[in-house]
Ligand binder design. Structure first.
Ligand code: SF4
Length: 462
């Protein structure tokens, strides 16, 4: 059972107390609260039932900003809330809420954690989280990591969101001395040379770690459909597998992923219908938005994560913020050399040639090719290879009689080094097209592995 022993300062107003007992969304909530924003009081505000202009809504005060009189009041609530949280089995709660709407999930999160939870806002479409929080009618907090490398459009968007909801976002900055050390040693764009992890660690992960140490729970905009490679299994609520909360130690922080099961298109429907401000970069083709040097627009047929750290392999496309959600199977091979002995072989179908190592070596020589070939480099234990088996078999059926050969080459275990060196294997599956008259095979460039995308690739090159 995954439980968290925690207390919370509760959903307090600065001048009037109000109960944080569970209320149904949109009904029976207190009509007025006073919210404190980053240490200064805001006037009394009316909580609308999801309609009307964004006036007088705001984040509740950070813990440090609570006055001593309010802190006294908070102690009473903390005691009640502690009892409530100790009784929560978050694994069971995740199962119960798996099919719930984001609104219901966020309402539950804010109800349970009050002032000890905050929304992590990246400056992109996760503004939907703020909209949902606003719709619950409860006070809420928002924080954002300012890495110092964001697009000007993102800063303008932050400002627009603050004005729209009448909130102050709690910006979190990296340690100046660490940024200075990195930039002086390696320059401003070292991530293009040796990967984004070091820079992300300094500018994102450590500041995030520090911010979360002041909380007992956080709300993220992670969705399963954002990255088939790294976000395939995200529960709507979980004991955070990577970070610690204010009490320290494993289990001291709860992570809420209320839009885990929501498709990107549905998020956009919400933003449009509710007239929520959006980052103007979206209209320039950006989908997933992060730091300026590491984000680019994507084409309509490309996956959104292909717009981030595009010079790196799909599996490393997480900056460390959510690495706990990468499953063991996805992150590493099952055995030291990558050979999973128990997994059944894949792509066993008529029309798919099983290439031996001499066979594929022969294909690498242009003289060894009488016709074009498409070859999947795979490992039977790889879940992404398993997922694309159906579309690849269908591709073989479609190409039967076309003069294009379809093949597979198992590239894990003792073949992996060869495949890394000679066949551009970065991650499984890798798909190569060997044109008839060109020496070097062309690597399939996208994570979309449906039949239509595979056919488009073959048609474009043959
Ligand atoms: Fe650095 Fe790029 Fe990571 Fe931003 S996304 S912290 S610029 S590596």
């Amino acid at each position: 059972m995954a439980t968290v022993a925690a207390s919370t300062s509760g959903c307090l107003s600065s001048s009037q107390s109000f109960s944080c007992t569970s209320l149904e969304i949109g009904s029976g909530r207190p009509a007025e609260v006073s919210a404190v924003i980053t240490g200064r009081r805001r006037p009394l505000v009316r909580l609308m039932e999801g309609v009307g202009p964004r006036r007088g809504r705001g984040s509740v005060a950070p813990r440090a900003a609570l006055s001593s009189s309010v802190a006294g009041e908070a102690a009473g609530f903390a005691e009640k809330a502690a009892t409530k949280l100790e009784e929560v089995d978050f694994e069971k709660l995740a199962e119960e809420l798996e099919a719930a709407s984001p609104l219901v999930i966020i309402d539950k999160a804010l109800d349970l954690f009050g002032n000890d939870i905050a929304i992590a806002f990246s400056g992109a479409e996760d503004v939907a989280l703020i909209e949902y929080a606003w719709l619950t009618g409860r006070p809420f907090r928002v924080f954002s990591l300012d890495t110092g490398r964001l697009n000007p459009e993102t800063y303008q968007f932050f400002d627009a969101v603050e004005k729209h909801y009448n909130i102050r976002i709690e910006y979190v900055f990296p340690e100046a001395v660490e940024v200075q050390g990195l930039v002086r040693n390696k320059g401003l764009f070292s991530f293009y040379e040796d990967g984004h992890e070091e820079c992300c660690r300094v500018r994102k992960v450590r500041p995030l770690r520090k911010a979360l140490k002041g909380l007992r729970a956080w709300i993220t905009g992670q969705r399963k459909d954002q990255s088939p490679g790294t976000r395939a299994s995200i529960p709507v609520v979980q004991v955070d597998p990577s970070f610690e909360g204010v009490d320290g130690g494993a289990g001291s922080l709860i992570k809420w992923n209320p839009v885990a099961n929501v498709q990107g298109g549905d998020i956009w429907n919400l933003l449009r219908i509710m007239n929520v401000p959006v980052n103007s970069l979206h209209s320039q083709g950006y989908v997933s938005i992060g730091c300026e040097p590491c984000t680019r627009p994507v084409l309509p047929w490309q996956h959104e994560r292909e717009g981030r750290w595009w010079w790196e392999d799909a599996k490393s496309k997480e900056c460390g913020l959510h690495k706990g959600n990468i499953s063991e199977d996805e992150a590493t091979p099952k055995t030291g050399n990558g050979a999973g002995p128990a997994a059944a072989d894949l792509f066993d179908a008529p029309g798919i040639v099983n290439l031996s190592r001499p066979g594929i070596e022969n294909l690498l020589k242009i003289g060894g090719r009488k016709e074009p070939w498409i070859v999947v480099l795979y490992a039977p234990w790889c879940s992404f290879c398993q997922e694309m088996e159906g579309s690849y078999v269908e591709l073989a059926q479609k190409l039967a009689g076309s003069g294009i050969k379809v093949a597979k080459f198992r590239a894990d275990g003792d073949r992996k080094q060869f495949a890394d060196r000679e066949l551009q294997l970065g991650s499984f599956p890798t798909i190569l097209f060997f044109p008839k008259h060109t020496a070097r095979p062309v690597k399939y460039p996208t994570e979309k592995r449906g039949l239509d995308s595979l056919l488009a690739f073959v048609n474009a090159l043959s």
